[in-house]
Design a protein around this ligand. Structure first.
Ligand SMILES: C[S@@+](CC[C@H](N)C(=O)[O-])C[C@H]1O[C@@H](n2cnc3c(N)ncnc32)[C@H](O)[C@@H]1O
Length: 221
């Protein structure tokens, strides 16, 4: 791991202690509901990786339903917050683009609001597929852009005129610019499923939440 952190990590590293409060404000409290949707109906998760675990919110949600949960993130500061909240869970520092695990290590990989920050979605999908067991499941939660033209414009306006300025007030870092750009550039819906199939997943589907402002993807290994 080099000294220079990627932008998608640096931002979170600097705001780690305030991250939970910031994410709840920017999403007007909806993020916790989306995270519960991410893990809904999964039953027993087996050996589980919470990839880009941040402050451990998703690890917390699944810890009673998994054989083992490991949280991985590139940001030491986010991991420290996670460790404080959940001392019983192993949290590791690592890069999603070069996962420090053997092939076929996990039954379940969960990525909550992380994939669009990795800087190389194809490479991340390749790595996730590599560490997933045959028959394993991946769930990804990502912010998305509604398809309905009216809602799409309203949502983009909300991002531009509410999230961007609010982010500037809540944080000294230019968090909101990064958040906005990664939402617009992300391969949403079918595009993500297509990429996953190209990277060796057998099946993929997605379920838009809240009129398409977020989406849960399920990819089968
Ligand atoms: C928006 S936060 C999401 C945190 C948490 N999963 C949640 O739902 O609250 C994005 C996280 O991705 C992490 N991240 C960004 N790039 C990464 C990479 N290449 N490898 C591992 N983690 C990365 C950041 O450090 C940050 O903690």
């Amino acid at each position: 791991m080099g000294k220079k952190q990627p932008i998608g990590v640096e931002i979170f590293d600097k705001i780690a202690d305030r991250y939970d409060a910031i994410s709840k404000t920017l999403s007007l409290g909806i993020i916790s509901r989306w995270q519960r949707e991410l893990v809904k109906g999964l039953g027993n998760l087996g050996v589980t990786l919470d990839l880009a675990c941040g402050t451990g919110e998703v690890a917390f949600l699944v810890k009673g339903r998994a054989k083992v949960v490991i949280g991985l993130d590139y940001s030491m500061s986010m991991l420290k917050v996670a460790k404080r909240k959940l001392p019983e869970i192993p949290f590791l520092r690592g890069d999603a683009l070069n996962l420090p695990f053997k092939d076929a290590s996990f039954d379940t990989v969960l990525v909550s609001l992380g994939l669009r920050h990795f800087g190389n979605t194809e490479r991340a999908l390749e790595e996730i597929r590599r560490v997933l067991k045959e028959g394993g499941r991946v769930r990804v939660l990502e912010v998305s852009i509604p398809r309905n033209p009216f809602l799409r414009e309203a949502f983009l306006g909300f991002l531009k005129y509410v999230v961007l300025p609010l982010g500037k007030i809540r944080s000294k870092e230019d968090v909101s610019h990064h958040l906005f750009g990664t939402i617009v550039d992300f391969p949403h819906y079918e595009k993500l499923v297509e990429l996953a199939l190209k990277k060796g997943f057998k099946e993929g589907r997605f379920r838009p939440l809240f009129f398409g402002m977020a989406t849960v993807y399920e990819l089968l290994g």
